[in-house]
Design a protein around this ligand. Structure first.
Ligand SMILES: *Cc1c(COP(=O)(O)O)cnc(C)c1O
Length: 394
């Protein structure tokens, strides 16, 4: 087999855990029934598997099974939450608050709603990537219907203070949605303690399959109303029609259960690996850590390198390590990362950034190899083509 670079792009997606695959397999073949077919054993088997999965997911965030709505992933969950709330509450108000560093799956539905006459406030972030809670509170108006703030950022790993945000929203009787695609099973999440009303989840960032996710929708105190975005057979209590994808749902729950089981150990392991990567890099002049130093995902490291060309840096790393400069979904665009720009970076420095997403499968030996190659690449790029002055003025 040909040599493949070391995979450090676990924020884009993760490999499927083999234990998850094993749990899924019978539901493709032997137990293939439609979970909505309640007149025979094929349907009952599938329905029982979906019910078990729903209970596991609900438990993971301290919700009840009826509050879990399966979707195709976090993109769909975000769309359902934001557009669904906007449609259901527009007679109460048409103002939404979100943050400049959100994923495009939150920003784009918000921009779409603006074309329909909604008003959206995009809160800035502090230099460490955290929002200013006082600024959030000041932004809330009488016609605000929704606040959407992500749990963990997919580029810089920053963890927003969910419990504090939830308390502010509850006090002002505004619904609180959080995109927890990068957070589920990696950090503790509790919809009661954090006063979360809607939460988007996905399986493929936590060693589960692609194409499956969920939206948590609070049923009491308060009961959230949601307009469906997909109409059809009335599945998921009318909130999301479409035949449930049993194998993916089983895999999703299995991935969450494994993640919770290993959360503490994995968090320690990833923090150690990250330190192994950051320690030698932090000794270099002109290498900056993006995002809060401790309030971040254990497996995330995001750096900006002064005095090198961003695309030359990525190209130089490519043979040895699979990383990206930002979100996978925006890497097709030529614009620099909107997240790094929101931190106040120049365009050149935002381009010359690397997002490392460390995962379950990475080892210390791999990290040492990456460090060695990275140091050599930065040094040779800086010697060949000093662009320090350009990156400062850009
Ligand atoms: C990956 C990701 C998404 C999109 O999730 P899909 O399941 O791929 O649609 C949304 N938000 C964040 C923060 C993500 O990291």
């Amino acid at each position: 087999m040909s040599y493949r670079p070391i995979y450090l792009d676990n924020h884009a997606t993760t490999p499927l855990d083999e234990r998850v695959l094993a749990a899924m397999l019978p539901y493709f073949t032997e137990h293939f029934g439609n979970p909505s077919s309640l007149s025979h054993v094929y349907g009952w088997e599938a329905e029982a598997a979906v019910s078990r999965a729903r209970a596991i997911l609900a438990d993971a965030i301290h919700a009840t099974p009826e509050e879990i709505v399966f979707t195709s992933g976090a993109t769909e969950a975000n769309n359902l939450a934001i557009k669904g709330v906007a449609e259901a509450y527009f007679s109460k108000g048409r103002h939404i608050i979100t943050v400049q560093t959100e994923h495009n799956a939150v920003l784009d539905p918000c921009e779409y709603l603006q074309t329909l006459g909604f008003e959206v406030t995009y809160l800035p972030v502090l230099r460490d990537g955290l929002i200013d809670l006082a600024e959030l509170e000041q932004a809330i108006r009488a016609d605000t219907i929704l606040v959407s703030v992500m749990a963990a950022n997919n580029e810089i790993g920053v963890l927003q203070p969910l419990a504090e945000i939830g308390a502010i929203c509850r006090q002002h009787q505004v619904l609180f949605h959080t995109d927890a695609a990068q957070a589920i099973a990696k950090i503790p999440l509790d919809v009661e303690q954090m006063k979360i009303d809607l939460m988007s989840l996905t399986a493929h960032k936590i060693y589960g399959p692609k194409g499956i996710g969920a939206l948590y929708v609070r049923r009491r105190n308060p009961r959230v109303k949601l307009s469906a975005q997909l109409h059809g057979g009335g599945h998921e209590r009318g909130m999301r029609s479409g035949t449930l994808y049993t194998p993916q749902i089983v895999g999703f729950a299995s991935a969450v259960a494994l993640g919770l089981e290993e959360q503490k150990r994995e968090s320690t392991h990833l923090t150690q690996l990250r330190q192994r990567l950051w320690q030698p890099l932090s000794q270099l002049e002109g290498v900056y850590l993006n995002g809060h130093p401790t309030q971040r995902l254990p497996g995330n490291l995001n750096i900006s390198v002064e005095g090198v060309d961003g695309s030359a840096l990525l190209l130089g790393l490519q043979p040895v390590v699979a990383v990206s400069s930002g979100a996978a979904c925006s890497s097709v665009k030529t614009a620099p990362s909107h997240v790094l720009m929101a931190l106040g970076h120049s365009e050149a420095l935002a381009y010359a950034s690397i997002r490392f997403g460390l995962g379950r499968c990475n080892t210390a030996a791999e990290l040492d190899k990456v460090v060695q190659h990275l140091l050599g690449t930065i040094q040779s790029l800086r010697q060949a083509q000093p662009v320090r002055s350009k990156s400062k003025s850009a």
